[in-house]
Design a binder for this molecule. Structure first.
Ligand SMILES: NC(=O)c1ccc[n+]([C@@H]2O[C@H](COP(=O)([O-])OP(=O)(O)OC[C@H]3O[C@@H](n4cnc5c(N)ncnc54)[C@H](O)[C@@H]3O)[C@@H](O)[C@H]2O)c1
Length: 261
């Protein structure tokens, strides 16, 4: 029997990268999954590759009404809700803190912070109806430490840790667990865009430079984050709440400096 047998899950940001890998992993373990993303075309492509009980909902997670709609849709379509993976997010621009564009700052906060809060808030009554459940929030290693030229992203990924920890307190007696996942540098479209921004002439050089800075010497794969998300979404993590779960090839344990051969 699968680790998510007869369970219903929502995955946001499911049209790409980590979210698509997580949706696949949950489906493999028997969950019925609603895949949510703002890109309907990519959602259809990902859903077509999944062998299981799935549906899609095109929505912008920063819009409260759309979040309420997709949450209701999962419950109506599959008969309840057991796990929510609040994973959709954007990186924003790269610029020093004193030169960052205010509109972009607001956009990153609106999607990453407000979007997570909307998703969490909308899911709670449905999880309560089932006698409990799991909320998994995708933060980042930038929710624990910082990188350069990305102040709103770092702020947003720290903020969701606060929301998740507080929600874990508020919901503990309802048997609703809330945890954050902190991926390091993962090979997805988001990192591809960052390579282009950081080194427009030679994006591959940016990738090599990032990989060299990781103690394990390589990027993570989306499936490696999906496995951690599966653990947190399933009853395997029945005593975990308010936790911060890192999967980063040693990045946050490393204080920086040249890495010996
Ligand atoms: N790739 C990494 O190195 C890395 C590291 C740490 C954390 N993360 C986090 O992991 C999560 C997934 O990122 P990814 O690397 O898979 O990137 P990705 O760009 O491949 O996927 C993100 C998905 O989120 C969707 N999305 C963005 N804004 C949305 C919105 N307003 N409403 C609905 N959907 C929206 C996009 O359409 C996209 O399909 C993000 O929260 C990201 O911050 C990524």
């Amino acid at each position: 029997m699968g680790r998510m047998q007869d369970m219903v899950a929502i995955v946001t940001g499911a049209a790409s990268g980590i979210g698509a890998a997580a949706a696949q992993r949950l489906v493999e373990e028997g969950a019925s999954v609603l895949l949510v993303d703002r890109s309907e075309e990519n959602l259809e492509r990902v859903a077509a590759g999944l062998d299981g009980n799935v549906d899609i909902a095109a929505a912008d997670i920063s819009d409260r009404g759309q979040v309420d709609d997709y949450t209701r849709r999962a419950v109506e379509r599959f008969g309840g809700l057991d796990a929510v993976l609040l994973n959709a997010g954007i990186f924003g621009d790269m610029a020093p803190v004193d030169a960052y564009d205010e509109k972009r700052f607001d956009e990153v906060i609106s999607v990453n912070v407000k979007g997570t809060w909307h998703g969490l808030r909308a899911a709670v009554p449905h999880l309560r109806n089932r006698g409990g459940g799991s909320i998994v929030v995708t933060s980042s290693t930038q929710g624990l430490s910082a990188y350069f030229h990305s102040s709103p992203y770092t702020a947003s990924k720290h903020a969701v840790v606060g929301i998740a920890k507080n929600a874990a307190m508020d919901l503990a007696r309802d048997n609703i667990r809330v945890n954050t996942v902190h991926p390091g540098i993962i090979d997805t479209r988001m990192m591809g865009e960052l390579h282009e921004t950081a080194s427009p002439q030679d994006p591959d050089a940016a990738m090599t430079a990032f990989a060299t800075s990781i103690p394990m010497g390589r990027y993570g794969r989306p499936a490696e984050i999906a496995d951690l998300m599966l653990f947190l979404a399933s009853n395997d993590s029945s005593y975990c709440t308010g936790g911060t779960f890192v999967a980063d090839g040693g990045l946050t344990a490393f204080h920086g400096g040249p890495i010996p051969d």
